[in-house]
Design a protein around this ligand. Sequence first.
Ligand code: SF4
Length: 347
Amino acid sequence: MAKEFIPTRVFYEPGVLDYPLGKTLVQHFRQLEIPITPTTSHNRVIGIPSKNATEAFREAKRTLVIGVRRSKTFQSCKPSAHYQLPLVTSCPGMCEYCYLATTLGKKPYVRVYVNLEEILDIASKLIQERLPEITQFEGAATSDPLPVEHYTGALKQTIEFFGQEPNGRFRFVTKYTEVDSLLDAQHEGHTRFRFSLNCDEVVHKFEHLTPSPEDRIIAAGKVLNAEYPLGFIIAPIFRFHGWKEAYRRLLERSADELAKRAPSGWSSDQLTLEFISHRFTLKAKANILTVFPNSSLPMAEDERKFKYGQFGYGKYIYKQEEMEELREFFQEQAKCYFPLAHVEYFI
Ligand code: SF4
């Protein structure tokens, strides 16, 4: 089981001391006697041990960098939302297939930003620009924001910001379970809290330093009980000996817990489901094997179908008949356990 994230070392940009949260964090880590060092930029941190790629990655994931986010706009986040909302970058987990391992390259260390008011001001501006439309923001495009929430409180503040925004909606996804501080947030139903789930077999093998599926399901029940709109992302879905039974059990257990914890009047039509089958690019495969040389992730190109993607990055997905079987299976399971849920997509 994953424990609360405590970094081995901390870096901070001196500019964070101009913000109350920055001062508090620096003081907090000094009191904990965790080595804390100034760095000129949160984009360029020197001093993380790195004898080889595996150590560099592991140590970076144990490193927290406190910075000021200077960018004056957000990147777009099609198709799941209009914009990314950058509260955190990276995450202390070590999932072998994490797409951030590819996109963050040599900077997988965990970054938090102390100028939250300025970040939320940008969100306000973007909401205004799209009126009278509703604007959606995704809080987990470059991170899992929950493991550092006990330090920053940024998610709670953001959730409450959106609670007051009639024309803004927030969503994020997490594999973590420390949800208690968010249960009393004034969310007004404007934040969709999604949990990334997988079966025990997959989590145990590939999602190092993350909570068990059982703990995630229990956390989802608490979140539902707090009347948040809820979603599950089942990803990445693998085919392996016994996969149908493993995923069936996962969905059955999730449905049981939700039934126990649902507030009165809740029905599964308020739940969203997203299904993503396992896929990889050659670039991701090379990165994964550099950091996890003994990885047993199934990444044999000849067992997959090549699908051309944008920008020349084709991906290897399951073969067509396997994909069809996956799709049918998950549609049936969704119907069985969450008959009214909105299946956003299966890919
Ligand atoms: S929990 Fe999510 S963000 Fe963190 S390493 Fe795993 S896949 Fe990546």
